[in-house]
Design a protein around this ligand. Structure first.
Ligand code: NDP
Length: 434
């Protein structure tokens, strides 16, 4: 940790993963002898670059761009790009580190990486976002490729930004290389179900966890945080499975809607008007209300799906959830629960699906997009959806089997960390000291 001062989120992620590895290291001393743990913490390559662009007022702006190519033991680096003012190296490294094990869990041939910028898209015009994306790609293009490194979206990077990035890549390289980015539009190489996949997959995972206790999503009262890509699609899937999602949030506060979130209205407010969450309650009326203080975790619910950002659910939130009778928590966002919160939930017997398992549906479907690109094919919605469902079921079962094998029955955190780690470690051993 001394080698990476100030990178608090990265330290947190490494501590969380390595904390679960004691039984693995005892059984496999060869991993330690080969320096696997130390090598895993050191990215294979880190790129930091200047992103200059011109705003609508004609002023020069400068942001910082990142791409951390963490681990390619299983395949090309794969992971999203985040555009948010809080982005710095520690966030990109935490996300990239998590991505290694998540991608391994999917069973797909993809390594781990992540990138982004401290650019804030909020309040920027479409022209400004495009010029920023073009400048970002003008440096990034030389580091990526369908067999090298395949970025995708994350917070602040959706279909619009992927379009601008892809356009610039194509222009610079003079190649229509579909497999270089995922999350593309369906008419130019994108995959059906990719936009929905993370949120859908998180709910599928929660459903499967509940089934181990003879329950299901049907009839649950669901708390969702966030109102971006993951949250909106988690709400959609929750409703499709017979549950009622009653909350959503953004950085300005949250809404509670006792009649169930009206998804069409929420999409209209967040995706089309790009407005604040308060507008939802104002337009919806009835039994919905906006709350500017606190968090959705104080609202009574039976299933919680944190889907906004890292460390948004702390120990006090966990205590409230437990007191209100929550039975399952599945992480839609990356590392939304603090370590204290995870321990409290586990001690209370709450089913807990960690991000690297529960939200892996997004990157798994990105890998399906790469498969379609490689074969110049495009699959139907139903076929792709069924593949996603099977992948989430397999991830769920692999976590449980691995947890059993290593003496931690029912512990999805241990199962996910160990299963992901062992797969990557074995590939690194086989490939020698690189
Ligand atoms: P979006 O940008 O679409 O939405 C993010 C949502 O979270 C917005 O409602 C945003 O509110 C809120 N949010 C972001 N930062 C903060 C903050 N600091 N405090 C409070 N609210 C915040 O992102 P996604 O839905 O794509 O991503 C959400 C999470 O899911 C992230 O952790 C991401 O890494 C993870 N994830 C996403 C995947 C994907 O396929 N998109 C795949 C796997 C994981 P506001 O608009 O006010 O900022």
């Amino acid at each position: 940790l001394d080698r990476n001062p100030g990178e608090v989120e990265f330290h947190q992620a490494v501590t969380e993963v390595f904390g679960a590895l004691e039984p693995v290291v005892q059984r496999h001393p060869e991993y330690v002898e080969a320096g696997i743990l130390r090598r895993m913490c050191e990215p294979e390559r880190q790129i930091i670059f200047r992103v200059p662009w011109v705003d609508d007022a004609g002023r020069a702006q400068v942001n910082r761009g990142f791409r951390v190519e963490f681990n390619s033991a299983l395949g090309p680096y794969k992971g999203g790009l985040r555009f948010h003012p809080t982005v710095y190296l520690g966030i990109v490294k935490f996300l990239g580190f998590e991505q290694i094990f998540k991608n391994a869990l999917t069973g797909m041939p993809i390594g781990g990486g992540k990138g982004g910028s401290d650019f804030n898209p909020a309040g920027r015009s479409e022209g400004e976002v495009m010029r920023f994306c073009q400048s970002f790609m003008t440096e990034l293009y030389r580091h990526i490729g369908e067999n090298t490194d395949v970025p995708a979206g994350d917070v602040g990077v959706g279909g619009r930004e992927i379009g601008f990035l892809f356009g610039q890549y194509k222009r610079i390289t003079n190649r229509f290389e579909s497999g270089v980015l995922t999350g593309k539009g369906v008419s130019w190489g994108g995959s059906l179900v990719r936009p929905e996949a993370t949120g859908y997959g998180t709910v599928m995972f929660a459903d499967r966890m509940l089934q181990t206790r003879g329950a299901a999503m049907d009839g649950q009262r669901v708390l969702v945080s966030g109102s971006g890509n993951v949250a909106l699609n988690a709400i959609e899937k929750a409703h499709a499975l017979g549950a009622t999602a009653i909350t959503a949030s953004d950085s300005s506060g949250y809404v509670v809607d006792e009649d169930g979130i009206d998804l069409d209205l929420l999409r209209e407010v967040k995706e089309h008007r790009r407005g604040r969450i308060e507008e939802y309650a104002r337009l919806r009326g009835g039994r919905s209300r906006f709350v500017s203080e606190g968090s959705v975790w104080s609202v009574p619910g039976t299933v919680a799906l944190p889907s906004a950002t890292q460390n948004e659910l702390g120990a006090e939130d966990a205590q409230r959830l437990i007191a209100n009778g929550v039975t399952a928590v599945a992480e839609g966002a990356n590392m939304p629960c603090t370590q204290d919160a995870v321990e409290l939930l586990a001690d209370a017997g709450v089913l807990f699906g960690p991000a690297k398992a529960a939200n892996a549906g997004g990157v798994a479907t990105s890998a399906l997009e790469m498969q379609q690109n490689a074969s110049r094919d495009s699959w139907s919605f139903d076929f792709t959806h069924d593949r996603l469902e099977q992948i989430m079921a397999d991830i769920h079962d692999r976590c449980l089997e691995t947890a059993d094998e290593y003496g931690a029955p029912g512990n999805y955190v241990a199962g996910a960390n160990i299963a992901g780690f062992v797969k990557v470690a074995d590939a690194m051993l086989a490939q020698g000291l690189v």
